[in-house]
Design a protein around this ligand. Structure first.
Ligand code: ASP
Ligand code: MG
Length: 456
């Protein structure tokens, strides 16, 4: 049994939905199909919520346009005998949505709970529509089995509960294909509607695949697979036909937009292969991600970048005691739920230097100042400094250290072109060499590194 996930651009237009129908209707056995909201709809739902909550009555026009888009697809693609029922279901959802917008316009506020409800309508509608476009499929409401719990103010999947609810909800072997909405969930305690974060439909599909021990997870998107770099920046980028789970995880963590990063772990754990495929070009071979890096090319698997990065560095003579400073810093970050993108190699009197999301850096600096308050007072730590507006460029391949001298060679390549490498992480990870540069050097650095690795 396979789990197939179709993203927003795959379900966004009549033409692409016809491709989805052809792909799913020609499967040899029933499958689980996870869908996103119609392409661009989640952004639109959010923008409309913001307008409504400022008392801007144009939310009504926006409602009409969003409604029309769904009704047009129903009229074009849902068979006549089901059209009325589907129209009724979708119209009930749209009227609930309109009520919420009206409420926001009255209270002129946008509580998080309301926004969570609003964005859920995208997948609630698209999943019902897709289920009824397919030849022989039923709809299942993912709010019944996808559960989240709070973690430092964020909603994260309640893995064990979700796993057992999925097992209960899907009787195997499936007698018909089941279509369900990605991204959306409910809090396991309060029952309130939540979600798995932007791009989270991939994760829904992965959790279902893992719970049901699927044979494979297919992510159907609008590109031919993982590319050696973002093709919008590097027109020479080519599709990477195969990579390992670890490599795909690293590339996604470092900015590749192909899959939502948390997606890989649950299927990796169960050793379920992932395929990245293109709904608009279904015969392209795509990228196959498995547990093995045996037989893969010697070259690196890809180059990616993350903007919105900042660094925080601790300087002082305590630098001599790397083990202590590292363990205290890492523990402090972990206790506060801050994730670290990379740990820079220490240099000079910089004892400890990490790159992390711009949005976390001030908090991280405060936490480190608190952690090292005694040393700041005694003088063995002189500063906890923040540097903003940075990017990380990552080069990924398992056992990347086997490529002798790669890190140094790439640093030279960048420096020759006048790019300042602010930090390098070469050695901490078995899979990634990463460089920190100023954000305005991102695209140029990617180009230079891609050319150095792929010779174009
Ligand atoms: N519709 C949601 C979003 O746009 C989830 C997804 O597409 O994966 O973020
Ligand atoms: Mg996506």
């Amino acid at each position: 049994m396979k789990v197939l996930k179709f993203g927003g651009t795959s379900v966004g237009t009549v033409a692409s939905l016809i491709n989805v129908k052809n792909i799913v209707d020609s499967l040899e056995e029933p499958a689980v199909v996870v869908v996103s909201a119609l392409g661009g709809l989640t952004d639109r739902l959010i923008a409309t919520a913001k307008a409504a909550s400022q008392g801007d009555m144009s939310f009504r026009t926006s409602m009409l346009e969003m409604s029309r888009r769904h009704y047009d697809i129903i009229d074009e693609l849902v068979p006549a005998d089901r059209r009325e029922a589907v129209t009724e279901t979708v119209s009930a959802l749209l009227s609930q949505l309109e009520d919420i917008y009206t409420g926001l316009a009255l209270i002129k506020d946008l509580p998080e709970k309301a926004l969570n409800q609003i964005v859920s309508f995208g997948e609630r509608m698209s999943s019902v529509i897709v289920a009824n476009i397919l030849e022989n499929a039923e709809h299942k409401d993912s709010l019944e089995f996808m559960k989240t719990e709070k973690w430092f103010n964020r909603d994260i999947a309640a893995r064990q509960l979700t796993d057992s609810l999925i097992k209960e909800s899907f009787a195997l072997p499936l007698s018909r294909t089941v279509v369900t909405g990605g991204f959306i969930s409910r809090d396991k305690d309060s029952g309130e509607i939540t979600n798995l974060g932007r791009g989270g439909s991939d994760y829904t599909a992965a959790l279902i695949a893992a719970a049901l021990d699927a044979g494979s997870l297919e992510i159907w998107t609008d590109v031919d697979g993982f590319m050696t770099a973002d093709p919008r920046i590097i027109p020479d980028a080519i599709v990477t036909d195969r990579m390992s789970f670890i490599e795909s995880m690293e590339l996604c963590t470092f900015g590749a937009k192909v899959i939502y990063p948390p997606t890989i772990y649950p299927v990796f754990h169960k050793n379920i292969p992932i395929k990245i495929l293109n709904t608009h070009n279904p015969s392209a071979p795509g990228t196959l991600i498995t547990d093995s890096s045996a037989g893969l090319s010697e070259n690196v698997r890809g180059v990616s970048s993350v903007k919105n990065t900042a660094m925080v560095s601790v300087t002082g003579s305590l630098a001599a005691n790397v083990a202590e400073i590292n363990s205290r810093s890492f523990n402090a970050m972990a206790r506060n739920g801050i994730s670290i993108f990379l740990v820079a190699q220490p240099k000079n009197d910089v004892a400890f230097s990490i790159a992390l999301a711009q949005s976390d850096v001030e908090r991280a600096a405060d936490i480190l100042r608190e952690e090292f308050a005694p040393e700041l007072q005694s003088g063995s730590v002189v500063d906890v400094a923040v540097e903003n507006n940075l990017s990380i460029i990552a080069v990924v391949r398992e056992s990347i250290k086997e490529i002798k001298g790669l890190g140094a060679r790439l640093v030279n390549t960048l420096q020759r072109d006048g790019i300042t490498v602010k930090a390098i992480s070469d050695g901490a990870s078995e899979t990634t060499i990463a460089f920190v540069t100023a954000v305005e050097d991102t695209d140029n650095s990617l180009r230079l590194i891609h050319a150095a690795c792929y010779g174009s």
